[in-house]
Design a protein. Structure first.
Ligand SMILES: [Zn+2]
Length: 294
């Protein structure tokens, strides 16, 4: 079922949700606490986040499962809870989304480095397979592999989700601007390298999330479009670059600031626009209005 990409093929621009991590912290998630455990212990708080993005006008919302791989959950002693936590995450967002909106099952990096031989390709594959299948069991429409920096890990995640679920499979990586103005992930991967490898691995949609505000995302989308004019592209931008004020991380871009950049990101070739760290339902509401106005 290619429900989301079918919508995009009709020429529609879709809006997705904003931050989850910073929102959970605002609701009381403490440093060192497992966010995914809240799907069981505080489902109403998680549901409230999901609902607030639907109310703000998001067409797609994510799930509280970014760190839901067995490698991440093991750190909290929850290595045997992958199925339970991820299925619950999907069910909560599905409840908020209803049948008319889409749910993207969030899958983040495992934190294990292939190049340091901390993990094998097969172990990574099995972990992504396990998490993706649990998200599908909870009712997600797509698997959203995100914030990736290692191309091999991203490729294995896409393959595992593709081969073991009937969901659409999306994948975004996190880039930074380096000296000379080019974009690279922490592991040295460019947006065009990502586009080639990840589309070949079977992804239905690719893109970029986190690490940057909307302004720098424009350059990344243009680079993806220079090597692939047809694959759908998603952008989840931060509310600007994080700054430290009075010992706290803050994000400088207001909802209005972000909204003014929406036409530029769509002109560059993005098909889905939403937020990452520091964005709130207010940011999504403004982005929604800016998309409508186009
Ligand atoms: Zn982020």
């Amino acid at each position: 079922m290619k429900k989301i990409t079918a919508e995009l093929q009709k020429g529609h621009i879709l809006v997705s949700d904003g931050a989850w991590g910073t929102y959970l912290q605002q609701k009381g998630l403490k440093p060192g606490e497992c966010p995914e455990e809240w799907n069981i212990s505080r489902p109403n708080d998680v549901l409230d986040i999901a609902q607030s993005y639907i109310t703000a006008g998001a067409d797609l919302i994510e799930t509280n499962s970014f760190g839901g791989s067995r490698f991440k959950l093991e750190k909290y002693g929850f290595g045997d809870k992958v199925y339970e936590f991820n299925k619950a995450a999907a069910e909560i967002s599905r409840e908020a989304a209803g049948p008319k909106h889409f749910v993207l099952g969030s899958v983040g990096p495992t934190g294990k480095l292939l190049m340091m031989e901390e993990v094998t390709e097969n172990e990574l594959y099995d972990a992504f397979k396990e998490q993706s299948m649990a998200l599908e069991a909870g009712g997600v429409d797509a698997i959203m592999i995100e914030t990736m920096t290692d191309l091999d890990e991203a490729r294995i995640a896409v393959k595992a989700a593709k081969e073991n679920t009937n969901c659409e499979v999306f994948c975004t990586m996190t880039f930074q601007k380096i000296i000379g103005g080019e974009f690279r992930t922490m592991m040295g991967i460019s947006p065009s390298e990502m586009a080639e490898t990840i589309v070949q691995a079977g992804a239905d949609l690719i893109g970029t999330n986190c690490g940057n505000g909307m302004a720098d995302m424009v350059g990344m989308v243009k680079e993806i479009r220079s090597v692939n004019s047809s694959v759908p592209v998603l952008v989840h931008a931060n509310a600007g670059m994080p700054c430290f004020v009075d010992g706290k991380t803050t994000f400088p871009e207001s909802p209005e600031d972000m909204a003014t950049r929406v036409s530029g990101i769509i002109a560059a070739g993005a098909n889905i626009v939403g937020g990452c760290c520091g964005t709130t339902p207010e940011h999504i509401r403004e982005i929604r209005d800016a998309v409508k106005a186009l």
